[in-house]
Design a protein around this ligand. Structure first.
Ligand SMILES: [Zn+2]
Length: 238
């Protein structure tokens, strides 16, 4: 008799189940979701096939588009067709720092052109720079909307030495000679307020421009003086 046939079929099924379940929550975690029983409440929507366990254990992911007030929405990764990260590190919330950047690239004024810009930035960061994902936590369009980059759950690659302590929002466009429009400035402020209200960002956070901690012109000569007037801007280095 072959050795395997000494095990009963139910025992084999259980063995395979346990071996399989060890790592198979990973697809859900990669989407910043939570594996849970689908009878329990989920603020977003359930996705099947991303969690270990029985058929009722499913991946709860945040809604694709979150309205954060004043006409500002956060477009989640799936809504703009982001690529999956190569790998990721979970962010230990809450963040004590928040950084403002500009992409120094193209600005965008509607959803379609912002999606094109986002995909270009993500491809550049992942393929040319060799990073695991798009670098910024969030990106801000001149359409006055927020686009999720690495989001609240994953450590970004935006501000050397500070990525595990802070999030970053990057204004898409180059703001050396002219500032971003008011809609986008308002959107970035709403994003930070929303992060504080959800406990993702500490209520005692410090706000900085990228140039405050690095030898760079980022976030641009025209944007930098504006963020210095915002709540929580700190002249003291982190
Ligand atoms: Zn920067």
């Amino acid at each position: 008799m072959a050795p395997l046939s000494r095990f009963s079929l139910p025992a084999l099924v259980l063995l395979v189940f346990f071996l399989h379940s060890e790592a198979s929550d990973a697809p859900c975690l990669a989407m910043a979701g939570t594996c849970q029983d689908d009878h329990e409440p989920c603020e977003g929507s359930f996705i099947t096939g991303h969690c270990s366990g029985g058929s009722h254990r499913r991946c709860c992911v945040a809604p694709s588009v979150i309205d954060i007030g004043d006409g500002v929405k956060i477009y989640a990764r799936d809504s703009w067709g982001a690529r999956e990260p190569k790998q990721f590190q979970l962010f230990q919330k809450p963040a004590s720092l928040f950084f403002i950047h500009h992409t120094a690239g193209h600005s965008c004024h509607d959803f379609d052109t912002c999606v094109t810009a986002l995909k270009g930035i993500q491809n550049f960061h992942m393929d040319t720079r060799g990073w695991d994902d798009i670098g910024y936590s969030f990106l801000v369009g001149q359409d006055g909307q927020i686009y999720e980059g690495r989001g609240w759950d994953h450590v970004g690659a935006h501000t050397l030495h500070y990525n595990t302590r802070g999030y970053a929002a990057s204004f898409m466009g180059n703001y050396m000679t002219h500032p971003p429009n008011n809609a986008s400035l308002n959107a970035a402020k709403k994003l930070i307020e929303y992060g504080v209200s959800k406990g993702f960002v500490s209520s005692t956070y410090h706000l900085y421009g990228h140039r405050d901690v690095s030898a760079t012109a980022c976030p641009g000569d025209a944007l930098y003086p504006i963020i210095q007037t915002w709540p929580h801007y700190s002249h003291v280095k982190p």
